[in-house]
Write a protein that binds this ligand. Sequence first.
Ligand SMILES: Cc1cc2nc3c(=O)[nH]c(=O)nc-3n(C[C@H](O)[C@H](O)[C@H](O)COP(=O)(O)OP(=O)(O)OC[C@H]3O[C@@H](n4cnc5c(N)ncnc54)[C@H](O)[C@@H]3O)c2cc1C
Length: 206
Amino acid sequence: MRNYSLSDAPGQEWYRISVKREEGISAETPKGYVSNLLHNSIEVGAEIDIAPPCGEFFFDSIEHDSSKPLVLLAGGVGITPIMSILKCALDKQPERRIVFVHACLNEDVQPFRSTLDALAETHQNLTVLYRYSESEAGTQRTGNASSGFVDAAFLDTHLPDQEARSYFCGPQPFMVNIYSLLKKRGIPEEHLKFEFFGPREALETA
Ligand SMILES: Cc1cc2nc3c(=O)[nH]c(=O)nc-3n(C[C@H](O)[C@H](O)[C@H](O)COP(=O)(O)OP(=O)(O)OC[C@H]3O[C@@H](n4cnc5c(N)ncnc54)[C@H](O)[C@@H]3O)c2cc1C
């Protein structure tokens, strides 16, 4: 059994998951079992057994004062629950200032970019930023796209005031980094919401 986050807005007539194909880190490493099964063998229309949806990482508009900005930080495929949270926040609190950051390796492995670009076009209250840890191959990164890690300088430049409420999800090193950066900025624990994510061995190694 594996966990997959619901990646679309709640309240639809469907549940959507979005699955990254886990290749092994080298040619000798076995590929991820379930992610490759879903990509390679499970056809549209197939019926599979699933457990009921569960978890506590979702946008709760009742808990939130919409006058405070919302910061959404996603690392790699950790973007899946953050996409759901973003869509829900845009729907429930359409005036709220939102800063969305997606950190990933490069443009070639980035999911949801066209969706995010379209949402940023149609929602003046939403700022979308892309941060790529691999230096650019060919195309120059300009505008809302830049190279490097999400570090203190990046957060100082782009994040709104201390009152912002932050959600974050991604691989374990991303989580450790973001948590520590936000704490250093003086953000109180109760303004942070996060979920550990990714292959289990990443957590175990840490
Ligand atoms: C709360 C939560 C939500 C999640 N949401 C999502 C989501 O929305 N989308 C998503 O894509 N993922 C999500 N995940 C991750 C997901 O649950 C799986 O961990 C992921 O798909 C990998 O599963 P797998 O069966 O393909 O890989 P596994 O078979 O479990 O292997 C995991 C990794 O280990 C490597 N590996 C396997 N065998 C060996 C070996 N012998 N030696 C060395 N390395 C090996 C594989 O190459 C792979 O990279 C989530 C995880 C959690 C905890």
